[in-house]
Design a protein around this ligand. Structure first.
Ligand code: B12
Length: 800
């Protein structure tokens, strides 16, 4: 039976851990387990066989880390060939009578993708593609992508599979204790993106035990229309007598996973710490269970790299401001490639509360393909709202959809056969919810019936491409009432029919209705209310229009979509019309300063640099660091701690802070008689990569005439000690920003005391306290850069 057929009607049992078993058999730390396919062929084959014998339907080849970053092409091919052959041999020799399949196992590359890391998205696709091609060449039944903890890398891997074969593909992510991926995606966001791209099953593996993964599994079951995978660890790892042990027994594991199989999990196995014993226990426990049938959920949903926006009763707002039409300043920004302007238009709309951002950067004479790609990539680096890719350039659309980190909204297709032929394959390949305009080769029908007929035609054609109706949102086209008095009523009645008779969601570019009329907001907002009452699901609108926002909040309150009118009450104050007083006066330094904080918090790199330049004319550089940059980073740090912000935002803010810092650095003229005051060795300790604070300390010390030897970040104690001895440095500064890395500081101090007793040690970093510094034996705790300079001067003066 082929795997897809088997998956439809069965509970599929995967295998359990491989790495932990290999460690028990002598795999050394740092040794690549994939090489064991060749060097320890029998060991690998026996492990696979033990899993088949225990009841696994699928064993995963020992190729988790087999990728082109670790192995050259020849070795990669040999490893994958051997891995598949080992699994096949195990299948042949297994005594189990069950259906047996072999999955090519693919894990993460180990690198972060841009902009968080250095790996380019297309390079990631190419790396995964190589592994997939070898897997296909040597004959696997399916592919499993697992333990991926970043949505973008998951997308790259799934694209690589889809572009190189038609094999079934299971996609499983590693969720943290907060129920999200490391880069912030919820299970719902992963389902939206992966289902859109055609994954055969979606799930969770590794990181936690079955009990801790229960919430994630339940969310996956609630949202997914495809089978859900669960492959937990044998609980949490603990170190006992120098060995790693897991805290969930085989029986407990079987019990917990079985209860989730009862709730609907269809593909189950184990990850780190599980053994054939665990799989046997699970198979025994669930031998009489009937598979729970998967249900089509019919959720119309788009997603960003963190979360989803679902189309249901409450209207969805799509911000229309990233669009050059009729906007001189925006056009200029596009021509000048002023990305910061485009990004701030996005940030401002996000602050106003839109749920999705429309992105249209089409202008004659610009390279729209490049511009749209850059805009999408940069917007999604700092804003976590889903995007609506809005272009009539098919190539630009494909590139943008490819690089989009989630399930995008696509604007738009229409009833012309050329349009459907071009757009539907893209929707099918990359996933997405596409806005369908009710017009075709004959133009826009004058009647509502005519528009509904086009909608039906679009639905029929979409089905031929394998696109479900839940992924189509109809736009019945708002035309201007100044040209046709029935324009609005026709649109509204088409809208109503599409919603009620075809059961589809709808969207409108609301503002078109008022072209040519004065006080357009008044018309737009009333039309918006009428449209909502006639079944409008989403509006492309201007969130800076107070009339429109008023309609939105009052509508929700009146329709019962706003529990206790909480949102209405929060926003009501802003509805009060206050006359806008023309204010041409120059901005004060404080106003700029708070803008700098905002720019850093939002991760706007160029803007942060620009504002810092302006600030330097009125503020002292250190004041900018202490009163603006550090407080802004504290806000981000707190957001991260409270799980309101995720690593991507932390990184983008750090980048923005660095760009402000670069400007400050350039403005400070380094003291001429540098080495007069002596050598100061500085480093961030082992395991810690935070260096913004350390760099500030360095800069100030240099300005006060010290010869600073910067050893960088993540520096082991031995290297620091070696350098201090080599230079016979009188002063060393150590930085640590995490509770987990301050012990490295203590180690470094102990080392230095032994080999460089003359050297004074000063320590700093956000988590340090005077008390702790005393405890670990530092000579001085400096809370900031200035205090470090004062101490260094004190020491050098005493030596003089
Ligand atoms: C920016 C940032 C990052 C950036 C770092 C970029 C870079 N190049 O430095 C990135 C995004 C890469 C990052 C990564 C991580 N981060 Co971080 N990060 C921060 C953040 C927001 C700001 C740090 C900062 O630069 N502050 C501004 C500088 C100027 O302040 P400062 O370092 O304290 O320096 C001043 C003084 O302390 C002193 N000083 C500093 N160094 C020295 C040295 C000497 C010799 C002396 C005398 C004085 C001195 O003078 C400086 C100037 O006045 C903090 C939150 C916060 N508010 O601190 C979290 C924070 C430090 N990060 C944290 C975490 C957990 C992480 C990650 C593990 C996240 C992850 N899941 O991957 C990784 C760590 C990876 C690693 N192995 O190190 C936690 C640490 C929690 C803890 N208590 O242990 C924090 C506190 C966030 C939080 N609240 O959860 N992070």
């Amino acid at each position: 039976m082929n795997f897809r057929e088997f998956l439809k009607t069965n509970i599929v049992y995967l295998d359990g851990g491989m790495g932990t078993l290999l460690q028990q058999q002598g795999l050394k730390p740092g040794e690549y387990p994939e090489r064991w396919n060749i060097s320890h062929k029998d060991t690998i084959t026996n492990i696979h066989k033990a899993y088949f014998d225990a009841g696994s339907n699928v064993v995963c080849t020992n190729t988790f880390g087999a990728n082109a970053l670790k192995f050259d092409d020849n070795e990669l091919e040999e490893i994958i060939k051997a891995a598949i052959s080992n699994a096949k041999e195990a299948r042949e020799s297994s005594v189990s009578k069950k259906e047996k399949f072999i999955a090519l196992d693919i894990g993460p590359t180990g690198k972060l993708l841009k902009p968080l890391g250095n790996l380019d998205f297309e390079d990631a696709v190419a790396i995964f593609a190589k592994t997939v091609k070898f897997g296909v060449k040597y004959g696997v039944d399916l592919i499993i992508l697992e333990t991926l903890n970043d949505s973008y890398e998951t997308k790259a891997a799934l694209l690589a599979v889809k572009e190189n074969c038609d094999l079934p593909v299971l996609v499983s992510n590693a969720y943290g204790e907060d129920g999200k991926l490391m880069t912030g995606a919820t299970p719902g966001a992963m389902v939206a993106m992966l289902e859109g791209m055609g994954a055969d099953a979606i799930g969770a593996n590794c990181s936690l035990g079955p009990q801790q993964l229960q919430g994630v599994a339940e969310q996956l079951l609630q949202k997914a229309s495809v089978p859900v995978i669960l492959k937990p660890n044998a609980g949490l790892p603990k170190a006992v007598n120098g060995k790693t042990v897991f805290d969930v027994s085989a029986d407990e594991f079987a019990q917990d996973v079985a209860s989730l199989i009862k709730k609907g999990v269809r593909v189950a196995g184990g990850c780190c710490g599980t053994t054939p014993e665990y799989i046997k226990a699970l198979c025994d426990k669930t031998a009489t269970y009937e598979p729970v049938a998967t249900e089509e959920k019919s959720i119309t949903v788009v997603s960003s790299y963190t979360h989803t926006v679902e189309f249901c009763e409450k209207p969805v707002l799509i911000g229309e401001r990233i669009n050059p039409t009729g906007k001189k300043r925006f056009k200029q920004a596009l021509i000048e490639n002023d990305m910061d302007y485009i990004l701030s238009e996005g940030v401002k709309q996000q602050d106003k509360g839109v749920h999705i951002l429309d992105v249209n950067v089409g202008l004659p004479d610009i390279d729209e393909v490049q511009m749209l790609k850059d805009s999408v990539c940069q917007l999604q680096a700092i804003i976590n709202l889903p995007l609506q890719i809005d272009t009539s350039d098919i190539q630009a659309m494909e590139v943008a959809l490819r690089h989009y980190n989630g399930k995008a909204m696509i604007n738009s297709v229409n009833g012309k056969s050329d349009s459907m032929k071009a757009i539907f394959p893209l929707v099918k390949k990359y996933g997405g919810v596409v806005v369908a305009l009710t017009l075709d080769e004959n133009g826009i029908p004058e009647t509502a019936e005519g528009r509904v007929e086009i909608a039906k035609k679009i639905l029929r054609t979409a089905t031929e491409y394998g696109i479900d109706k839940k992924d189509i949102i109809f736009d019945s086209l708002a035309l201007t009432i100044s040209a046709d008095k029935n324009a609005a009523t026709t649109t509204l009645s088409a809208l109503k029919d599409i919603k009620e008779k075809l059961g589809c969601h709808t969207s409108l570019g609301v503002s078109n209705v008022s072209f040519g009329l004065p006080n357009r907001d008044a018309i737009n907002s009333t039309f918006f209310a009428l449209a909502l009452e006639n079944g409008l699901s989403a509006a492309i609108m201007n969130p800076f229009s107070s009339d429109m926002m008023k309609t939105y909040y009052t509508y929700n309150a009146l329709k019962g979509f706003d529990e206790n009118c909480v949102e209405y009450i929060n926003e009501a104050e802003s509805f009060t019309v206050t006359p806008v007083v023309a204010d041409h006066k120059e901005k004060t330094a404080e106003e700029f300063a708070s803008e700098l904080q905002k720019a850093i918090i939002k991760g706007l790199k160029e803007k942060a640099g620009k504002i810092t330049k302006e600030l330097l004319s009125s503020l002292d550089p250190l004041q900018i660091v202490n009163d603006e940059i550090i407080p802004a980073l504290n806000v981000v740090g707190k957001g991260y701690e409270e799980k309101r912000m995720y690593l991507p935002q932390l990184l983008m803010s750090a980048e923005a802070a660095k760009s402000a810092f670069e400007v400050i650095k350039a403005s400070l003229t380094t003291n001429e008689n540098k080495s007069n005051k002596g050598i100061f060795v500085i480093a961030t300790v082992h395991g810690d990569i935070h260096d913004i604070g350390k760099n500030i300390v360095k800069l100030l010390l240099e300005n006060y005439g010290f010869d600073v030897v910067d050893m960088g970040k993540d520096v082991p104690p031995e290297e620091i000690a070696k350098k201090v001895c080599e230079l016979h440095a009188p002063l060393v500064g150590l930085s640590a920003l995490m509770t987990t890395t301050v012990p490295e500081m203590e180690k470094t101090i102990q080392k230095l005391r032994k080999v460089a007793p003359w050297c004074k040690i000063v320590v700093g970093g956000a988590v340090l306290t005077q008390e702790y510094a005393d405890k670990i034996g530092a000579d001085k705790y400096a809370k900031d850069a200035m205090e470090t300079v004062r101490y260094a001067e004190e020491i050098t003066n005493s030596l003089a």
